[in-house]
Design a binder for this molecule. Structure first.
Ligand code: PHE
Length: 477
């Protein structure tokens, strides 16, 4: 098969179904699972949030993931070009490509702050690794960078990082360069190869650390926290948050999956593949919770500590546990692997578009788009120090407290992704040619009807309601 999005850049698409699954699972599993999911679950009371999240994944996320793959493989182009082509073949307006455009813009914006957070991860690898290996070679007892430091000192370390624009921007740059290098190397030699190495390593580390946590930490309490719902915590913004997290974590509506779908061969059955990817992503999020919360509870930390949870709390926790300094290092390496396979998918969406739209060569496109996202990321980094007073959308109640990074995160997650998803569900459910959609989906009979019902009715109505009440909670009172 020849995918035009790849063909123009001399690509032949994925070399196998396994390669596609690894790349797509790599796109889905990332900071969203390990940093954002436990944080949100912690802030929103645990079980109730987890429950709403699971419902969102099943009824909205999975049906939309299949829709994205269908559009991509049918359109054989970037996110905008694919929608336009499916619209043409279905004899409806090409204007529907608008949601492809929102997707690509969202992917670009997410990349800009994603790389900043991934930079923190690199910084922590450097800190914990430097000291760990330093001790190793000096023949001293194995300790980590955080040994003998109390909570205040570790928090202070994060404060030091945040106060330094140079360090924040430096690690952000490093991560972005790694991302650009892989995407510039191509679908086959870059993205696919990275996923085939990094994802198995990731799963290995994840299981190892979770088992470690189960033995050394407070596993029972973590289970109770994550799976006992407290429905008084279920506010409209919390539900909006859960939906946004489902979109973010499954990599929906951000250009990545339509683009990855365009590289998939005709012989691959998309429906079971989408199911596999969704299950893997959700499984990793739950396991990440079970990896992090036992440790959090074991040392008496606050599960609702927010975005700092894994950076400020866990390093301290690891120190008090046997072998903790090595585990701490591996923990950040694991997050780095997951983040990298996600950021390359974020860059690939806009890059494929630039290649198709302007006829750029792949490396040039990757450098220009990655460079643009890098610049916006600088603003996020400065939002922690010189621009710490800036509240870009301060006039809007739900963004009133949000600094630059949180605003970008919230604006894309709560607004852009659900909006693009809403438009996509109307497009695939109502506008696109039914035979084309059915053929691409790999579903038939009752399963096809069930999927179509979810896409045509459940997704648009649920997403529209959640969007309106989540963004304007005032309306509910
Ligand atoms: N799904 C990724 C994560 O959970 C982030 C991502 C979003 C990647 C959108 C691609 C597209 O970290």
């Amino acid at each position: 098969m020849v995918a035009s999005a790849g063909a123009q850049a001399g690509e032949q698409g994925w070399s196998s179904r396994t390669a596609f699954i690894l790349a797509a699972v790599g796109a889905a599993v990332g900071l969203g699972n390990i940093w954002r999911f436990p944080t949100l679950a912690g802030e929103n009371g645990g079980g109730a949030f987890v429950l709403v999240y699971l419902v969102c994944v099943l009824l909205i996320g999975l049906p939309l993931m299949l829709s994205e793959f269908v559009v991509g493989r049918a359109g054989q182009s970037d996110a905008i070009g694919s929608v336009a082509r499916v619209a043409e073949e279905s004899r409806v307006s090409r204007k529907w490509r608008l949601f492809g455009g929102i997707e690509i813009l969202a992917g670009f914006l997410i990349l800009s702050f994603y790389s900043v957070v991934a930079g923190w991860v690199l910084y922590y690898i450097w800190l914990s690794g430097g000291d760990f290996f330093g001790n190793l070679f000096a023949g001293e007892p194995l300790r980590g960078a955080f040994s003998d430091m109390g909570q205040d000192a570790v928090s202070g370390m994060m404060g030091e990082l945040f106060a330094s624009p140079g360090r924040l921007i430096g690690v952000h740059a490093l991560f972005m360069v790694a991302t650009i290098t892989i995407v510039a190397s191509g679908v086959h030699d870059g993205i696919e190869k990275a996923a085939t190495w990094l994802m198995p390593a990731f799963f290995f580390l994840l299981l190892g650390i979770t088992i470690y946590g189960a033995f050394t930490g407070d596993f029972e309490r973590a289970l109770a926290f994550m799976f006992t719902p407290d429905f008084s915590k279920l506010t409209a913004p919390a539900i909006n948050e859960a939906l946004g997290q489902a979109f973010f974590s499954l990599s929906l509506a951000s250009g990545a999956l339509i683009t990855y779908g365009a590289y998939v061969g005709r012989e691959v059955n998309l429906a079971p593949t989408a199911a596999t990817i969704s299950v893997a992503d959700t499984g990793v999020a739950l396991i990440a919770g079970l990896m992090i919360f036992p440790i959090v509870f074991a040392v008496g930390l606050d599960p609702s500590a927010g975005p700092a949870l894994i950076f400020q709390s866990l390093p301290v926790a690891f120190q008090t546990m046997p072998g903790g300094s090595l585990i701490g290092l591996l923990f950040f390496v694991l997050i780095f692997f997951a983040a990298l396979t996600s950021s390359i998918s974020l860059l690939e969406g806009p890059t494929a578009w630039a290649i198709d739209r302007f006829g750029l060569r792949r490396p040039a496109a990757a450098i220009m788009i990655g460079g643009g996202a890098f610049v916006i990321g600088i603003a996020c980094a400065l939002g922690y120090n010189v621009w710490s007073d800036v509240r870009p959308l301060g006039f809007w109640s739900i963004f009133a407290e949000a600094d630059i990074l949180d605003t970008l995160d919230g604006f894309t997650g709560k607004l852009m992704l659900p909006l693009a998803g809403l438009l996509m569900s109307i497009f695939v459910g109502w506008k696109a040619d039914r035979r084309l959609v059915e053929m691409q989906s790999g579903l038939s009979g009752g399963l096809f009807l069930a999927w179509r019902f979810l896409v045509a009715w459940v997704c648009p109505i649920a997403v529209a309601l959640i969007l309106v009440f989540g963004l304007f909670p005032e309306l509910l009172v």
